[in-house]
Design a protein around this ligand. Structure first.
Ligand SMILES: [Zn+2]
Length: 351
């Protein structure tokens, strides 16, 4: 474990140096690009009000963009293009198998100055009942694979997102032992469902507006997300929002000074409302826009692969021990936000 922590310290240090200097934005201060905040994972190991009692210390009208499950050449490129056009930086939670299959795409995300965290090796939906050792092994394999894809593990941030948010005390212990910051989110846009790009835009904006700030969950493995992103960014800009870039503190990069109260949830939240998110059968209606996941079909040719796992995975729903989940409805899929995510424009719970 000492070796792992030492490795992580080096990783954090070099990563932070690159993020803080090499990729300073030259974009207009009048644009949507916001500030960069530096966070200490060991002080705030669990963030995101969909599950936890703390979230990032954002000011009103500040949003952090996160993308899970990639990299996918087919769609990550388009996401990167939209982010570059807006001069904003995001955090990508990469799956080890994806990065191993598409290392050039992983490196491209890095070269464009985004923060890269990990999202396990094979995206299992079983972190909720793994032992700490098994969870640690899966976490380490993901870090190792993404680190190799980037040619340098020091390019990784010590940020992790649990697949499906299906976590447990044992998993969180494994993450904490590795000095990793576990990211939930403050609101999803449901882009893993078979909804239209316009609906992704509507849900993202309505939820951001309702809360005024927070961490948005998206996925860079869907065409509909790539289509929706430019409009989300345009609208957020028009409404006066800023996109905040998040990097990790290190011995050479001091954390952003914050007050503990800034990490507490804002507004009315129910941190345990989405404690158990399920890999329900998803609404992937267009097979051409499905994931490109190496584990999905077993095909040796990534181009022939059509994923069945990921945030909109087609894995058969399983009951997780200790889950709060009621019997799933067909339309109540993976993310089941609580009342604080109510879509006020329609008065219905968002899905
Ligand atoms: Zn995922």
């Amino acid at each position: 474990m000492r070796q792992a922590v030492s490795w992580m310290s080096l990783c954090v240090s070099v990563y932070a140096c690159f993020s803080a200097s090499a990729f300073a934005s030259s974009c207009s201060p009048d644009g949507i690009a916001g500030r960069t905040i530096v966070v200490d994972p060991t002080e705030h190991p669990l963030i995101g009000t969909m599950q936890y009692a703390e979230t990032l210390p954002l000011a009103d009208h500040e949003v952090v963009l996160t993308f899970d499950d990639g990299p996918s050449p087919r769609y990550t490129d388009r996401v990167l293009g939209a982010l570059a056009d807006a001069c904003v930086k995001a955090t990508f939670f990469m799956v080890g198998e994806m990065a191993k299959t598409f290392p050039a795409e992983a490196e491209k995300v890095w070269s464009e100055g985004h923060t890269i965290g990990t999202h396990s090796f094979a995206h299992p939906f079983t972190f909720g009942h793994m032992t700490e050792a098994a969870a640690g092994e899966e976490i380490d394999r993901g870090i190792d694979a993404v680190g190799h894809a980037l040619d340098d593990p020091a390019r990784l941030a010590p940020f992790f997102r649990v697949p499906g948010f299906l976590t447990s005390k044992a998993t969180e212990a494994a993450l904490a032992a590795r000095g990793l910051m576990t990211w939930s989110a403050d609101f999803p846009a449901d882009d893993w469902l078979g909804i239209s790009s316009a609906e992704i835009v509507r849900r993202a904006l309505s939820r951001i507006e309702a809360r005024g700030r927070g961490v948005l969950l998206l996925h860079d493995i869907h065409g509909r997300t790539a289509v929706a992103l430019p409009e989300i960014l345009r609208e957020l800009g028009a409404r006066g929002f800023k996109i905040v870039h998040v990097v990790a503190a290190s011995p050479t990069l001091a954390k952003t000074v914050t007050d503990p109260s800034q990490w507490r949830p804002f507004g009315q939240v129910h941190p345990t409302a989405v404690a158990a998110l399920q890999p329900d059968a998803a609404g992937v209606t267009d097979p051409h826009q499905a994931d490109e996941h190496p584990a999905a079909s077993g095909s040796a040719n990534p181009a022939q692969r059509t994923a069945t796992i990921g945030h909109h995975g087609r894995a058969k729903p399983k009951r997780v021990a200790g889950s709060r989940r009621a019997k799933p409805r067909k339309d109540a899929r993976r993310h089941r936000p609580g009342p604080h995510h109510a879509d006020r424009s329609r008065g219905t719970a968002l899905r």
